[in-house]
Design a protein around this ligand. Structure first.
Ligand SMILES: Cc1ncc(C[n+]2csc(CCOP(=O)(O)OP(=O)(O)O)c2C)c(N)n1
Ligand code: SF4
Ligand SMILES: [Mg+2]
Length: 351
């Protein structure tokens, strides 16, 4: 069975947000993933972030491909729009939906197989076009759903459960996202909710292509000694560049400000990201330096996490295409078919 509805009953004193919803109102069906799967922790972080931001569930669209990771939208935001697409094709489906209705918040959920193997081209083009979305890769280094083959993010030399070493070079999705022009790039770990929740909140508030690579151990096929995506390995090699807090523009701002160690990043919608620098030489606005830093630390065997790059004034695909303010799906017949004189003028302007 892949769908178990959750009982609606909950404790009457559960905290509510500005919309009067409890955290439970942002949950989905009961998860059927393996107990302890990192993906379930990411679902919980998404629920937490949307509850805290008081997002109306009907204003969110969640899209995914195929894989254990791509199944997870069933387990969160049960009252939101959802579309479970084809393996590796989530980015183009999301792009199409976003072009039709730019008023929704788009959450693309994918796996390392879904996005770094079969869907690599789709991933790359949605990022370079600046689609306004939160693109989360639940990265376990294997194809969990099809029983644990190495994916394209598995590190060279990492061992499979049967002890066979991976001989191929790994694709680092955050380096690719930065190079491809993503305007908000972070990496986190499913076991680090304190880091992941504000990272997701900042990505939702961001007005461009936001990408989060979240290392998410597969307890069934990739959580053994020799794996570089296991809980133990990630905990030992996690190197956070900053600690992030997200503040909505409506909340009172009380910042424990220590000059030189805290940076406030104001995003286009007025929300604030408060970054406490852990690596004092790290500049979150320098795209090229971020790539160099990631490569240097990777060579030392470290997994760099945190908010890695942000452009607080992103340009999204709608701005590039100069689409009209009204979402395309709300335009009436007169606007969509303005008549032969308008067509004549358009043709003349192109001659
Ligand atoms: C076109 C196509 N090719 C192959 C498959 C088989 N398949 C299903 S899920 C999957 C890999 C999933 O890996 P990932 O995206 O990393 O998700 P995970 O299960 O690890 O979370 C594959 C190869 C498929 N469903 N469709
Ligand atoms: S097979 Fe791996 S990725 Fe899939 S649900 Fe189980 S632990 Fe999670
Ligand atoms: Mg995977």
């Amino acid at each position: 069975m892949t769908f178990l509805p959750k009982p609606k009953l909950h404790h009457p004193n559960l905290p509510t947000n500005a919309l009067g919803y409890t955290r439970r109102d942002y949950e989905g069906a009961v998860s059927t993933l393996c107990a302890g799967c990192g993906h379930d922790s990411i679902s919980a972080a998404i629920v937490h972030a949307c509850f805290q931001m008081s997002l109306p569930p009907h204003r969110i669209a969640k899209l995914s491909g195929i894989g254990c990771s791509s199944k997870t939208p069933t387990y969160f935001l049960g009252a939101s729009h959802g579309f479970n697409s084809v393996h590796g094709r989530m980015p183009s489906v999301l792009t199409g939906a976003n072009l039709a209705n730019k008023d929704l918040i788009y959450l693309g959920v994918s796996g390392d197989g879904d996005s770094a193997s079969i869907g690599l081209g789709q991933f790359a083009h949605s990022i370079r076009r600046g689609v306004n979305m939160v693109y989360i890769v639940e990265n376990n280094g294997v194809y969990g759903l099809t029983k644990g083959q190495f994916s394209a993010t598995a590190d060279r030399g990492a061992k499979s459960k049967r002890g066979v070493a991976n001989t191929d070079e790994a694709i680092d999705m955050v380096s690719m996202a930065i190079q491809l022009g993503a305007t908000y790039v972070g990496r986190s770990f499913s076991g680090d909710k304190a880091q992941l929740v504000p990272l997701i909140e900042g990505a939702i508030a961001h007005g461009g292509a936001a990408f989060i690579d979240c290392v998410s151990p597969c307890v069934a096929f990739n959580n053994h000694p020799g794996s570089t995506k296991s809980f133990d390995y990630v905990r030992e090699h996690n190197e956070a560049v900053n600690a992030l807090d997200f503040m909505s523009d409506r909340a009172e701002i009380t910042v424990d400000y220590a000059p030189g160690t805290v940076e406030l990043v104001k995003q286009h919608d007025g929300t604030l990201l408060q970054l406490r620098k852990l690596a004092t030489d790290y500049d979150v606005h320098d795209r090229i330096a971020a790539q160099t830093y990631l490569s240097q630390r990777h060579a030392q065997g470290e997994i760099v996490t945190g908010l890695l790059y942000v452009d607080p004034k992103p340009q999204d695909l709608h701005a590039s295409l100069q689409t009209v303010d009204t979402p395309l799906n709300e335009l009436d017949d007169a606007a969509l078919c303005p008549g032969s004189a308008a067509l004549e003028r358009l043709n003349a302007s192109l001659r």
